[in-house]
Every structure is written in structure tokens, then in C-alpha cells.
Design a protein around this ligand. Structure first.
Ligand code: NAD
Length: 256
């Protein structure tokens, strides 16, 4: 039977890049997003055309009730979950200097990017432990999509940087906790990827990339991140739990 992967925010951008690669690599999918089903139908159809069974689990990872529903839908439909990809995330609605930024924006970004991933992971982890205890051949893994912002300070989106730094520690915490069950937990750290999230700052990054910001002088594409996640999900890095894999075109290599 095909292994099952749940990808949050999987209907567009990086999440869709991940879902596409996982479908190509033989996984069945549960794809989460906040938009109504009609709005994501084309994306779901594209994934199905790659040979995967796909269910759409509509809901916000920022909501406790929605997170529970998401896991219940996967349980009802597939009766199993092997891979959780915590991809959904938001940038602040407005980039504001940390001297002016608001508590509302802080709460929104942290609740989605950190609390949402943390507690969805908790649920998935408990279910994965149960599956492992029922079947020693069960092979699960959890992959968090953070950002170079986990370590690179941008003072005009402090709450985003904090959320990603927190997600980085969450990766290590769950890696440690799930070690005894042989369920690896990884963090993938994208750099500048061409998606809706970065569409509004395209010109700024076109210029910076042209000036050599990244060692590999191009934008990253969702597919670049999808291939990394799929390699992890397939089990090519089984003895590397807790590790960070960069997908940033060498942008964060210290240079002189
Ligand atoms: P995007 O805005 O294009 O897509 C994000 C997806 O997440 C969308 O499908 C959106 O509907 C979904 N989403 C947002 N809030 C949600 C919620 N509360 N519940 C469920 N789904 C929700 O963004 P993207 O660029 O594809 O980003 C994906 C992830 O990669 C994010 O976590 C982001 O922080 C991270 N990232 C992006 C970049 C980049 O340059 N684009 C760089 C580093 C990290």
C-alpha cells in the first residue's frame, strides 16, 4: 500500500511543489488549505493526474478544532499517516519595523507558524507512535518547512523570524522525543522561493539575486524544496533526525 502524506498549505506555492513531488514518488496525499474546495480543485486534479489518491482537508492550522478535524479526516479516509509536512505559514500582513510592529500581527503569525505546527505535530506524533506500536514495520516521519529567517534577522518582520526560530527548536524537541520510536523529524530551510508569498517583493529580490545574494544566482522554485522534502520522506536520511537541510542556493554561506 502507498504511504500517506499530509501536507499543510499544500495547494499552492511550496506546499504544492512538495505535494507534486510526493505524488510523483508514489505517496497518497491529504492536502490541507484554507480555501474552499472549488478554489483548489484544479490543484487537486493535477495531483491526482500524477497517480496519487488525494483528499482535501480544509481548515486552518491556527485553529485547534480544525487541526483535530484534519487528522480525523486522514484517519477516516486512509486509516494511516506516515508523513506530516508542516508547510503552511504566513508572513506578517504588513512588514513593520520591530520598533512599531503590533501585538495583533505577532499573535497571528506565531499562532499559525509556530503554535499551529507544534500542536498538529503533537497529534500526528501520538498517532504515529500508536501505528508504530501496532506494526513494527511502520515508517513515519515529520518535516517542518521553516525558513532562513530562523537564523537571519530581518527587523521588518521580527514575528516571522521568531516563529521560524521556534519551529527550529520544535524540530529538535520532537526529534528527541520520537527517537525511541524511530520516527525522524527534519527541518527544511528555504531561502528565497518564487511563490505568492514573495510576489510582492519580487523586484527587490530580483535586484539582490542579480547582485549575488545567493551563491546559485537564481530564485528558488517550489520544486527545489519539493525534491528535498521527498528525499527525506522516502527515507534517504534515516540516520539524520533533527537535522536542518538548507534549500537556499547557498545564500547563508558566510562569505568575505
Ligand atoms: P504561500 O503564501 O504561497 O502559500 C502558503 C500556503 O499555506 C497557502 O496555500 C495558504 O493558503 C496556506 N496557509 C496559510 N495559512 C494557513 C493556515 N492558517 N492554515 C492552513 N493553511 C494555511 O507561501 P509559500 O511561499 O509557499 O510558503 C510556504 C512555507 O514556506 C511557509 O511556511 C513559508 O513561511 C515558508 N517559506 C517561504 C519562503 C519563500 O520565499 N516563499 C522562504 C522560506 C520559507
Amino acid at each position: 500500500m502507498k504511504r500517506v502524506a499530509l501536507i499543510t498549505g499544500g495547494t499552492r506555492g511550496i506546499g504544492f511543489g512538495i505535494a507534486t513531488q510526493l505524488a510523483k514518488d508514489g505517496f497518497n496525499l491529504a492536502v490541507n488549505g484554507t480555501r474552499p474546495e472549488e478554489a483548489v480543485q484544479a490543484a487537486i486534479d493535477e495531483l491526482k493526474a500524477l497517480g496519487a489518491t488525494v483528499i482535501y482537508c480544509r481548515g486552518s492550522i491556527a485553529s485547534s478544532a480544525d487541526r483535530k478535524n484534519m487528522i480525523s479526516s486522514v484517519r477516516e479516509h486512509y486509516g494511516a499517516l506516515h508523513i506530516l509536512v508542516n508547510n503552511a505559514g504566513i508572513a506578517p500582513r504588513e512588514r513593520k519595523d520591530i520598533l512599531d510592529a503590533t501585538e495583533e500581527s505577532y499573535d497571528e503569525v506565531m499562532t499559525t507558524n509556530l503554535k499551529g505546527c507544534y500542536f498538529l505535530t503533537q497529534q500526528a506524533a501520538n498517532w504515529m507512535i500508536e501505528q508504530k506500536q501496532n506494526d513494527t514495520a511502520f515508517s513515519g516521519c515529520i518535516i517542518n518547512v521553516s525558513s532562513i529567517s530562523a537564523t537571519v534577522a530581518s527587523v521588518n518582520r521580527g514575528e516571522y523570524c521568531l516563529s521560524k526560530a521556534g519551529l527550529s527548536m520544535a524540530t529538535q524537541l520532537f526529534a528527541v522525543r520520537l527517537g525511541e520510536f524511530n520516527i525522524p523529524v527534519y527541518e527544511v530551510r528555504p531561502g528565497i522561493i518564487r511563490t505568492d508569498m514573495t510576489a510582492g517583493v519580487k523586484e527587490k529580490y530580483d535586484k539582490l539575486i542579480g547582485e549575488g545574494l545567493c551563491v546559485q544566482q537564481r530564485w528558488g522554485e517550489p520544486e527545489d524544496v519539493g525534491k528535498v522534502v521527498a528525499a527525506l520522506a522516502k527515507g534517504d536520511f534515516l540516520y539524520s533526525t533533527g537535522q536542518v537541510i538548507m534549500a537556499d542556493g547557498g545564500m547563508t554561506i558566510p562569505r568575505l
